[in-house]
Design a protein around this ligand. Structure first.
Ligand code: CA
Length: 229
């Protein structure tokens, strides 16, 4: 049975979430304070952490950063209230796995929780290592280097990279990318995929404006060319 931690200071939202998730059979703990939330998350044992952003004590961004910095890979779902927060979640290297925007419906949230919990499993046959150009990927150790220098990837960027590398020279439509990397039941804009791919490119390509390895196939999706041609 999956264990979920909710860190949310708005009592009505936290209690509603606890009830909804409890009804679905999850074991749920709730915290209202950021510092206590981090402590609880650190104590471990959770399969998923739902994090509000504006919290007393410590905000959700900081909690997320600290957990990731300590090597904690528990899936994190951020609750965002404002568009500036969304930009930050998508754009920063926080290591959050996804977000929902307030107000959200219980159904939407549950779909995302389920997808995140399911995604604990690796994509297709697990590749251990891959290299292309001067990029070396170790899928087991979750490390990437470019020209011998380590490259930091978020969990989602790593999943994306894994998908691309495991299906070279194949046009991956955005809906395929969505279901493989984000899981089913997501309400993600194609733009979100584009943003993640752009981030991935920025980190791996010599010239992100002229991508060799992950070209856009106009209007369709993306293709990973293993030989860089
Ligand atoms: Ca709040």
């Amino acid at each position: 049975m999956s264990k979920i931690l909710i860190v949310e200071d708005e009592q009505s939202i936290r209690m509603a979430l606890e009830d909804d998730l409890d009804l679905e059979g999850y074991v749920v703990d709730g915290e209202a304070d950021g510092v206590q939330g981090l402590e609880r998350a650190r104590a471990g044992g959770y399969d998923l952490i739902i994090l509000d952003i504006m919290l007393p004590g410590m905000d959700g961004f900081e909690i997320c950063k600290q957990l990731r910095a300590a090597g904690d890979t528990t899936p994190i779902l951020m609750l965002t209230a404002k568009s500036q927060e969304i930009d930050k979640v998508v754009g920063l290297e926080l290591g959050a796995d996804d977000y929902v925007t307030k107000p959200f419906s219980p159904r939407e949230l549950l779909a995302r929780v389920k997808a995140l919990l399911r995604r604990g499993k690796p994509i297709s046959p697990p590749l251990e290592r891959a290299s292309f150009g001067d990029v070396e990927v170790n899928f087991k150790g979750y490390t990437v280097t470019k020209g011998g220098q380590p490259v930091e990837l978020t969990a989602r960027e790593f999943s994306l990279l894994q998908l691309f590398v495991s299906r070279p020279d194949e046009v991956l439509r955005r809906d395929v990318i969505l279901s493989e990397v984000w899981g089913d039941g997501w309400d993600v804009f194609p733009r979100t995929i584009d943003t993640h791919v752009a981030h991935l490119r920025k980190k791996r390509e010599d010239d992100p404006a002229e991508p060799k390895h992950i070209p856009n196939v106009r209007g369709l999706g993306y293709k990973f060319a293993s030989d860089g041609s």
